[in-house]
Design a protein around this ligand. Structure first.
Ligand code: CUK
Ligand code: CUA
Ligand code: CA
Length: 639
């Protein structure tokens, strides 16, 4: 890197870093932030050595070469999920989830609307979503390739993505919560320990609301509450909820299935921003899953409003005795963000956000507290060390190191957990900071290949930078975000690639490609509406309801004319009889808001009111054949 570039890079970092710190200082946070002293550790502001040309593993994949990892990426307030190939960074798929998608017909077909939920008029119940956290199902402490889950923060929904088709198959709306943010599947059944795979998904909610939220207690925030939710991984039904003091944010689960936890930045129960920062310490709340399920079995629960979901009491007042407690509140410094489980299954790391520290909590000690064998919950903290300004999320390499994003410092800090524990235990010679790397700029989430499994392999680290500033051609006021790829195989982190991404990915996971086995074509037997044979194609009328049983086989639709009358309610059921992988057809009707695809051996349907007389050429939108353009059918709506 040329010297001028280094200088301009530093000044760009300063620009953003300073304005962000000033923003926080303006609301009285400067004291907490400037409390970061480096002591024996490397200075947070010190620039990491510029990567030499060619240093680090080459992430480039030659034409025709496959990637080594799937990256399952959140799409943020685009409402979708994305699939990248890593290390190349090539985007392979966008999975519509909480958004509308006119390529696949998500939000347009009857099948997708049934998953999304509809209003009485048949339109989707919600049109917007905000995905933050993607996590996948486990067996034996590693990914098993069945499912991924992603949350919708806006409307408190949990979506499940099948990893054989990379499509959303179920969406569950959580009752009586708002700001559903953190999500994490369990890694083993806490009750039946012989079931060594994901059985439940845990959901933390950020915003506290009146219970039920029906117009009462509007001006009494002290009566608001926040619920932790447990969803069944298979049925996607909400199994139970647990009321907590304060709020929740991100979620982590232990490898033995016994514990789930969520960081809390609002133990104050503040309704205004300043109130949420008045306490010096907030908390990480732990849930004793087996005890909660026993309480539900024993009928020790209430329900809220119209919801039938059992709600147990996890508040501090109701859980003072550790031996019966459902929850434990571990105090951690000011407004923490992010809780992550280390791949050795021993620790949860809570990042400080407004404190320059990360807190290491030992899980065996938390279990000991629940057993009455540890007198003080604070003793579960085995390290609390300074890392730099604005620590948010932590990833792991499987070699004992954590990689934490420093939002304000625009850095990744690599630190050794064992050394941090020694340092906190009094060994001031213990050097826990291993390396620092400047990133561009203001990183939020970070994750490493297989980081959240027992098979963390320490190959690649991806960093989700919230600001790309001037690293890409300008496209107007809105810039893309910047996903950076870092080689973490050596002692030093080496930044090897940048990729622009459409806002705003938050979390992501990096899964070895052999963990995922996808289907090549669908199975017609899975679709109740599918025609058995293209010869069965027909148009049926029942009063003013017209059903078109349509087949596609390149390059033709089975019905060349579809004749209906103005005012008819028309349902088109399209079965794609092509059997070749990727031989997909589309079906679009001008002026009727209809557009969707059918993949090989798949069936989809749409229903619309034929309210506009005229001729409408229904055409195949998906290039399928030399005669793709000729693949048409005429919708004739008689007046
Ligand atoms: S939150 Cu976005 S940077 Cu929603 Cu995971 Cu931390
Ligand atoms: Cu069928 Cu294009
Ligand atoms: Ca707080």
């Amino acid at each position: 890197m040329a010297k001028e570039e280094v200088i301009s890079d530093i000044s760009r970092r300063k620009f953003l870093g300073t304005s962000t710190v000033l923003g926080l200082a303006g609301i009285g946070m400067s004291a907490g932030l400037s409390a970061c002293k480096d002591g024996a550790q490397a200075a947070p502001g010190a620039a990491a050595p510029a990567p030499e040309h060619g240093a680090g593993h080459n992430p480039h994949k030659a034409p025709g070469q496959l990637d080594d990892y799937y990256g399952l990426w959140s799409g943020g307030h685009s409402g979708e999920m994305r699939v990248l190939g890593l290390p190349s960074g090539r985007e392979i798929k966008r999975i519509p989830v909480f958004n509308m998608d006119c390529l696949s017909g998500w939000g347009i077909t009857n099948e997708s609307k049934a998953i999304l939920g509809t209003k009485p008029d048949g339109t989707p119940k919600y049109m917007v979503g905000d995905t933050h956290h993607v996590h996948a199902s486990y067996a034996k402490g590693t990914y098993d390739g069945r499912y991924a889950w992603v949350n919708d923060k806006i409307n408190s929904r949990l979506a499940r993505i099948r990893l054989d088709t990379f499509e959303c198959d179920k969406i569950t709306e959580l009752p009586n919560v708002q700001g559903f943010h953190g999500v994490f599947p369990d890694k083993r059944d806490p009750v039946d320990q012989s079931i060594d795979r994901t059985t439940r998904v845990f959901c933390g909610s950020e915003f506290h609301i009146p219970h039920p939220n029906d117009g009462h207690d509007l001006e009494s925030p002290e009566k608001y509450g926040a619920l932790f939710s447990c969803v069944d991984a298979e049925t996607m039904e909400v199994r139970w909820q647990c009321k907590v003091d304060g709020n929740m944010d991100l979620v982590a689960t232990s490898y033995d299935g016994k514990l789930a936890a969520s960081n809390q930045y609002n133990v104050e129960n503040g309704a205004h921003y300043e109130d949420m920062m008045s306490a010096e310490r907030d908390a990480c709340v732990f849930f004793n899953v087996a005890r909660i399920e026993q309480a539900v079995k024993d009928g020790k629960f209430k329900t809220v409003g119209d919801s039938k979901v059992p709600v147990v009491d996890g508040t501090k007042a109701a859980n003072a005795d550790p031996k019966t407690a459902l929850t434990a509140y571990v105090p951690v410094p000011k407004n923490p963000h992010g809780v992550n489980a280390s791949p050795d299954a021993k620790y949860f790391i809570c990042a400080g956000k407004l404190s320059p520290t990360a807190t290491v909590i030992e899980l065996d000690k938390v279990l000991a507290w629940f057993d009455g064998k540890l007198d003080d919950i604070k003793k579960t903290i085995v390290a609390e060390v300074e890392l730099g300004l604005g620590p948010l999320h932590t990833a792991f390499d499987g070699r004992g190191n954590g990689y934490t994003t420093l939002f304000l410092d625009s850095q990744i800090v690599k630190w050794n957990l064992a050394e941090a524990i020694k340092f906190y235990g009094g060994d001031k010679n213990a050097k826990y900071v291993v390396d620092r790397l400047d990133v561009q700029f203001q990183p939020g989430h970070v994750n490493a290949s297989m980081s959240e499994t027992r098979e963390a392999d320490g190959q690649w680290l991806a960093v989700g930078c919230k600001f790309s500033k001037d690293r890409y051609l300008p496209v107007g006021p809105l810039h893309p975000e910047n996903e950076q790829l870092v080689d973490i195989t050596g002692d030093k982190m080496i930044h090897v690639a940048d990729h622009p991404v459409y806002p705003e990915p938050h979390d992501f996971i990096i899964v070895k490609r052999d963990k995922i086995k996808t289907r090549q074509v669908y199975n017609l037997d899975d679709f109740p509406l599918a025609l058995k044979d293209p010869k069965e194609s027909r148009i049926e009328r029942n009063g003013n309801k017209v059903t078109v049983y349509l087949a596609s086989q390149a390059p033709a639709f089975s019905q060349r004319e579809i004749k209906v009358k103005k005012g008819d309610e028309v349902t088109i059921i399209l079965t794609n009889f092509d059997k070749v992988e990727d031989l997909t057809h589309g079906f679009a009707i001008p002026k009727y808001n209809v557009n969707f695809i059918v993949n090989p051996q798949e069936t989809k349907s749409v229903t619309f009111k034929a309210d506009k007389p005229g001729v409408y050429w229904c055409y195949c939108t998906h290039f399928c054949h030399a005669l793709h353009l000729e693949m048409r059918s005429r919708l004739i709506v008689e007046r």
